[in-house]
Design a protein around this ligand. Structure first.
Ligand SMILES: [Mg+2]
Length: 303
C-alpha cells in the first residue's frame, strides 16, 4: 500500500521511509505540504498519509484542512506527526481533520500499529463505498435486463423535459411493447420469455446512443427518452424496430421471430404542456394505434 510521508527534516524523512518499506508499505516521501498536495491531486493518489505538523510552505495542519475541504467518498486516512503533545494541540489536529495523532519521539511499534489501524479503516471505507455503489445501481436498474428501471427512466424523463425547454430541442418519448409476448411465455415458458427480454434490451442498447435513456417500464414494455431532430425521429425508431425484427432470436435450440411496436410522442420546443404523464399518455395512445394497425411498426403523434 502507498504511504505518503511529508516531513521536512530530511533525516527523519529518510528513516521513516526506510522503516515503513520494511513493513511492506510503498513510501512516497516529500519535504513540504505543498509537494504532498501535488501528489494527492495526481491519479491514484496514496490514501494513507503521515504528515508532519511543522513544515515549510504548507504545514501539516493546513494540509489536513485543505484535504478535508475536498468533496469525496474516498477520504484519505491522515496521521499527524508532531512534537506538540498538549491536549489543545491534539484537539486542533483532530479538528483540522486528521484521523490520528502521534507525538514525537515515538516508538516504531506504535507507529506500525497506528498505520495498521489506518489500513483497516481504509479497507472498511472501501467496502462501504462498494456497498453504496451497488445499492445505487440496484435502485436504478432493472435486474433482468440491466436497463434503467421504471423509476430511473421516469426521473430521466423529468430531467430531459426541463433540459430541452432550456435548449429548445425536441424531446421524444416512446413506449415500446413486444408483440404477442404472452404467447412466448405460454408456449415456451418464462425462462425463454426472460431470455427474449434480455435480448431485446441488448439489441436496443446496441443501436442507441450512450445518451439515450432506455428503461424497462413494466413486463414487456420499455420507455425510451431521446432528443433528436424531429425529422430524424422516425428513422431512429425504425432502426430500433429493425434491430429487433430483422433477425430471429436464437434461444437455446429455439429460433423465434420477435417484433416490437413503438408508440411515440414528441414534445416540441413550442409545446405549452410539458409534463411527463401527458407525454407518456400520448405515447401510449400512439402505441395503441401501432398495435391496432398491425403491430411491428412505429407510430408517432405530436404534442
Ligand atoms: Mg517538521
Amino acid at each position: 500500500m502507498k504511504l505518503l510521508i511529508a516531513e521536512d527534516d530530511s533525516t527523519s524523512c529518510a528513516m521513516l521511509a526506510a522503516i515503513v518499506s520494511k513493513w511492506g508499505y510503498e513510501p512516497i516521501a516529500v519535504e513540504d505540504g505543498e509537494a504532498a498536495w501535488t501528489i494527492l491531486q495526481a491519479d491514484d493518489p496514496p490514501r494513507l498519509l503521515l504528515l508532519d505538523w511543522e513544515m515549510p510552505v504548507l504545514d501539516g495542519l493546513k494540509l489536513c484542512q485543505r484535504i478535508r475541504q475536498q468533496e469525496t467518498n474516498d477520504h484519505p486516512y491522515i496521521i499527524l506527526l508532531t512534537a506538540r503533545s498538549d491536549t489543545t494541540d491534539i484537539v486542533s489536529g483532530l479538528h483540522a481533520g486528521s484521523n490520528d495523532y502521534i507525538a514525537k519521539p515515538f516508538e516504531n511499534t506504535e507507529l506500525q500499529a497506528r498505520l495498521q489501524v489506518g489500513q483497516r479503516m481504509l479497507k472498511l471505507q472501501a467496502e462501504l463505498n462498494q456497498v453504496r455503489e451497488n445499492l445505487v445501481y440496484q435502485a436504478n436498474h432493472d435486474v433482468l435486463t440491466g436497463l434503467m428501471n421504471r423509476r430511473a427512466v421516469l426521473q430521466a424523463l423529468e430531467k430531459e423535459i426541463c433540459r430541452t425547454q432550456r435548449t429548445q430541442e425536441t424531446l421524444c418519448v416512446a413506449l415500446c411493447d413486444i408483440d404477442y409476448f404472452k404467447q412466448v411465455n405460454d408456449s415456451h415458458g418464462h425462462l425463454v420469455g426472460d431470455a427474449v427480454l434480455e435480448e431485446v434490451a441488448r439489441r436496443m442498447s446496441a443501436v442507441s446512443r450512450p445518451y439515450d435513456h432506455i428503461g424497462r417500464y413494466g413486463g414487456e414494455e420499455f420507455l425510451i427518452v431521446i432528443n433528436t431532430h424531429s425529422d430524424q425521429v422516425l428513422g431512429t425508431f425504425e432502426r430500433l424496430r429493425l434491430a429487433i425484427a430483422d433477425s430471429q432470436f436464437v434461444i437455446d435450440h429455439l429460433r423465434l421471430t420477435v417484433t416490437m411496436s413503438f408508440g411515440i410522442s414528441m414534445l416540441l420546443p413550442t409545446a405549452d404542456k410539458r409534463d411527463a404523464m401527458s407525454l407518456i399518455a400520448s405515447a401510449d395512445e400512439s402505441l395503441y394505434k401501432a398495435k391496432e394497425t398491425g403491430r411491428n411498426r412505429v407510430v408517432c403523434l405530436e404534442m
